[in-house]
Design a protein around this ligand. Structure first.
Ligand SMILES: Cc1cc2nc3c(=O)[nH]c(=O)nc-3n(C[C@H](O)[C@H](O)[C@H](O)COP(=O)(O)OP(=O)(O)OC[C@H]3O[C@@H](n4cnc5c(N)ncnc54)[C@H](O)[C@@H]3O)c2cc1C
Length: 424
């Protein structure tokens, strides 16, 4: 792992053409092997995190790729701006947010991260290039969601979202089964910028897929009139989990889920800070929580006509010895032009499991179900899918390979994920 602190360092590193290749790493928070290169070089970019330019009138910012979304929020929220897309943790770098084309709870309304990138500078093995969606659409979109395999993003210019306050107005509804969850989420599209549902992975029978649907919009200044500083933003530090989840039994999970479900009102409106709404995960030290065996997350999307796949997925999961302890469903809006970009119009599902001996077989079955339905899994979370499944899930893979080949003719950019899946 090599720390990179300047564009020049990066150029030299890439032009040295390391024998087993090179890949960029931000915070290293992708779940699988996307930011790893066994025997090769990993260029760690967290030292490259200057804000190059911020225009608080228009709401655009140019930053170096190693800056995290949390650092960007601290810099721009007090001026009334927010990164347009926020994933479930603020410890994600801008470079990785583009390379994984990350999504948030507003995907149905605002698209994914790359949709708000006005331009970027990429250090490719063929040289440094400045690209925009208009001037170099092919390389731009092959890099958005391209998992670092077209080159290293050095800096990017982003369009921000205007906010009046650093508070969210949220509405949560308890939903008794999967149909109700899907109906509430569909209804939310029109009125709410943000929406997602928590699903009780342990519920079965008529209650299968029951959950709590949470929707939200930015609170206005008029709503927050009593606050002295309505744009103050100070995320709380993470706290250590009291004990690893290993000690949590199925019985305890059932009790927790039952309590969460019963305590949620039929409908409840409240105000929450940006931090509480977007980054609840960051309050807990997840690494300790999942110690020592870790956690497996299955993250997929299927087209709207295929809601039955969501039902079957939940059903199969709930039947396993270790059903998921966290499951989320969300409606995605249309997909962008990135051939490897994950979001597509349809139902997205995320399930977190403790690893068990039976899990690999179940996940391969789910891959088949998802691929047959015309859906796909998220590469930023992958550590185990097979090349044939991936080809079925990403039909524009060959177009992407061709564009990548022009940016990196000698195949310098490679990660363990890329080799495992035959991407390069
Ligand atoms: C708790 C948690 C919640 C999450 N929630 C969401 C969510 O809601 N939505 C979502 O979309 N994702 C989510 N993720 C996934 C996360 O957004 C991605 O894995 C993201 O890529 C991690 O950022 P990172 O800086 O740690 O990247 P890394 O893991 O370091 O790298 C990820 C990929 O980006 C590439 N990369 C990194 N920097 C650059 C660069 N400068 N140039 C080119 N390529 C680069 C790497 O090569 C690698 O392929 C979540 C992850 C966690 C841990």
């Amino acid at each position: 792992v090599v720390d990179v602190s300047s564009e020049r360092d990066l150029e030299q590193l890439i032009s040295s053409r390391p024998a087993r290749g090179l890949i960029a790493r931000g915070q290293g928070h992708s779940y699988g092997d996307a930011a790893q290169r066994a025997g090769g070089l990993v260029a760690e970019l967290t030292g490259l995190k200057r804000m190059v330019h911020f225009d608080p009138v228009v709401g655009t910012v140019t930053v170096e790729a190693g800056m995290t979304l949390g650092e960007l929020m601290r810099a721009v929220v007090p001026s009334g701006w927010l990164p347009a897309v926020l994933p479930g943790t603020r410890f994600v770098t801008i470079g990785a947010a583009i390379a994984s084309d990350v999504h948030g709870r507003n995907q149905h309304h605002d698209g994914s991260f790359a949709d708000h990138v006005l331009g970027m500078r990429i250090c490719t093995p063929s040289g440094i290039v400045d690209v925009t969606p208009d001037t170099s659409p092919e390389l731009f979109w092959a890099t958005a969601g391209g998992m670092g395999l077209t080159g290293v993003i050095v800096q990017a210019t982003l369009a921000l979202t205007r906010i009046e306050t650093a508070q969210m107005r949220t509405v949560s509804n308890r939903a008794g089964d999967l149909d109700q969850v899907l109906a509430l989420l569909t209804d939310a599209d029109r009125q709410y910028r943000y929406s997602a549902a928590w699903i009780d992975g342990l519920a079965r029978g008529r209650a299968l897929g029951r959950g709590v649907v949470i929707r939200g919009n930015h609170a206005t200044r008029a709503e927050m009139a009593e606050l002295s500083d309505e744009l103050s933003f100070s995320p709380l530090p993470s706290v250590s989990a009291p004990r690893p989840l290993t000690y949590v039994t199925r019985h305890m999970s059932r009790m927790v889920n039952e309590t969460v479900f019963r305590r949620s009102a039929a409908q409840r409106t409240r105000y929450e800070s940006l931090h509480a709404f977007f980054h609840t995960h960051d309050r807990l030290d997840l690494f300790r929580l999942f110690a020592p065996e870790g956690c497996v997350e299955y993250h997929f999307v299927v087209p709207f006509g295929e809601a039955e796949v969501v039902r079957q997925t939940i059903e199969r999961m709930s039947r396993t010895h270790q059903p998921p302890f966290i499951s989320i469903i969300k409606r995605f809006g249309s997909q962008n032009r990135g051939p490897l970009s994950f979001p597509m119009a349809g139902w997205m599902g995320v399930c977190d499991f403790r690893p068990t001996a039976e899990l690999p077989r179940l996940l391969h079955e789910l891959d088949e179900l998802v691929a047959q339905a015309g859906g796909r899994i998220f590469l930023a979370k992958d550590a185990r899918t097979r090349p044939d499944a991936l080809r079925a899930m990403y039909p524009k893979l060959e177009d992407w390979r061709e564009i990548r080949g022009r940016a990196d003719p000698d195949g310098v950019m490679r990660s363990d994920l890329a080799e495992r899946l035959g991407l390069v």
